[in-house]
Structure formats: C-alpha cells, structure tokens
Design a protein around this ligand. Sequence first.
Ligand code: PXG
Length: 292
Amino acid sequence: MAPMEVYIDGKFLPKAEAKVSVFDHGFLYGDGIFEGIRLYAGNVFRLDEHLERLEMSATAICLSLPWSRQAISDIVCESCRRNNLADGYIRLVISRGTGDLGLSPKNCPAPSIVCIADKISLYPEALYTQGMRIITSPTRRISPAALPPMIKSLNYLNNILAKIEAQQHGFHECLMLNEQGFVAECTGDNVFLVHKGRLLTPAAHAGALIGITRQVSMEIARELGLEVVETNLTRYDVWNADECFLTGTAAEVIPVIEVDARVIGSGKPGPVTGRILEVFRRKAAAEGTRIR
Ligand code: PXG
C-alpha cells in the first residue's frame, strides 16, 4: 500500500516527512484553528458547513485566510484522492504560521495549512448498541468570556484535562459544566437530552461548540416532529432525562445510559436516539461533496 501523503502549504509529503517548524505558533502557543471532517463512501460530509465554521473561527482569532473556500475544499478532496480513501477522517489545521519566540502574531508573516486524510478509528460498535457510561468532570469548561467555545482552536488543554480525569476513573467521556454549573458539552462531543418528547441541548453561550453533528441531529429531530430547545441544563436534568446521547464527527450519535452512576431512562439506548442515529447514518451515506 502506498504511504500516506499529507498536504502542507502547497505540497503533498510522505507521512515521515510531513513536519512543521518548531517555531510554528500553532506548536508554540496553540495559535491556530482546525476542523475534523468525515468522508463517507467517497463523499465529504457537510464540507461547506465545516469550511464556514473554519472561516468563522479564523475571523474570531484575527487570522485572515489567504485561501478561498473553493481552494480549501480542493485541498480536502485531493487529500482523500491521493490517499485512496472512500471512508475516512480528515484533519484540516490552520496555524498562525512560523514566527519568532513571543506571543505576537505580528512575527508570523503567513499562516500554514495542513490537511491529513486518514482512516477513522471508531468507538466499538457495542457502545452504540449498549450505550455509554459517563461521569461529570471536576474540571469546568473554560468561560466563554475567556475563550469563545465556538472557536475550534488548537487550545484543547481544558478538554484534555477533563478527558484524562474521565480515563483515570475508567470512562471514555465525561460531562463538562460551565462556571455557573450548567451543562456545557463533553470533551469532544455535544450533549443532548430527550425529555417528555422534546430534544434539549445547551446553547453556545453555555460553553458548547456549535458542532456540525449537533446541527444535523437537530435537523433530524425536527424532521421527526420533535420540538428542539436550546436551554440551560443542570446535572439533575441529565440524571432525570428519558434519553441522553452525544454527537460528534468521530462519534456520530452515541447513546448514554448512565451518568454519575444514575441510570438514564430504561438503562438502554432510547428509541429517539436510535431513530436519530439511523437517519444520521442514512444521510451520511447519501449526501456530501464527491471527491472524484
Ligand atoms: N465539542 C467539542 C469541544 C469538540 O471538539 C464537538 C463538540 C463536536 O463537533 P462536530 O462538529 O464534530 O460535530 C467537538 C469536535 C477527535 C476530535 O479527534 C473530535 C473533536 C474535536 C477534536 C478532536 O476525536 N470533536
């Protein structure tokens, strides 16, 4: 099999040679943005939405993108073709670029763009059929006043600390609360509750990233006739929900059956979660930007 090729600033390089400078401000300071995107059966899922979010993240960090949306789209599709992928995970990273030591972005003449198209490693299928157990992290989600959670930035330490705590206690994921104690999201996934026929999820201002899978799940729920409400949620609301699930590009839609040792609903993946996952997988298989 041909070795993986990674796109860096205009060139495709073999994986072993795909390197960026130690003076890159993405490495030195986490000064940059990224997207995680899925390729399903030769189609890139919701590429335009991912690129729109990338542009909005760029605006928010005062990084002016020297590439058009079409140019970035071409890089993504070419990365998939070069690596002979039909299904995969695409990591698009834009950093402030190479500069001097010192925080100032003024030292960085040009941003860098990297695109990695790889195979996807998924959660075990058993988690989708049996559901996941999670806990609440003692680490609070960073305040939206300190760093807007909508920016998909290269600063993930807040989420990584929470992930470490989850793993230390034997869990894959954990719930993160905001400073006020309301539910924000999980470390790399958005959170949803189903309660009395309504779909509930925290708003961005509560500390949630506006996930693409979140948007698709809300769209599906409306198609299924559910009322969708963005609202403040407490741990009490989570423990007493009929159903709970998480959404993310890597995870898709994953049922949660236990939170903080409280059994959610029947203790099995719920029917609404199942319907949303089913429709999500159907959409993922049928939609998207063709790579060839
Ligand atoms: N919240 C956070 C904090 C995220 O990082 C999501 C929600 C879900 O958004 P999407 O657009 O994917 O539906 C994310 C994104 C990984 C990985 O390698 C996944 C994410 C971020 C970083 C790494 O699994 N998920």
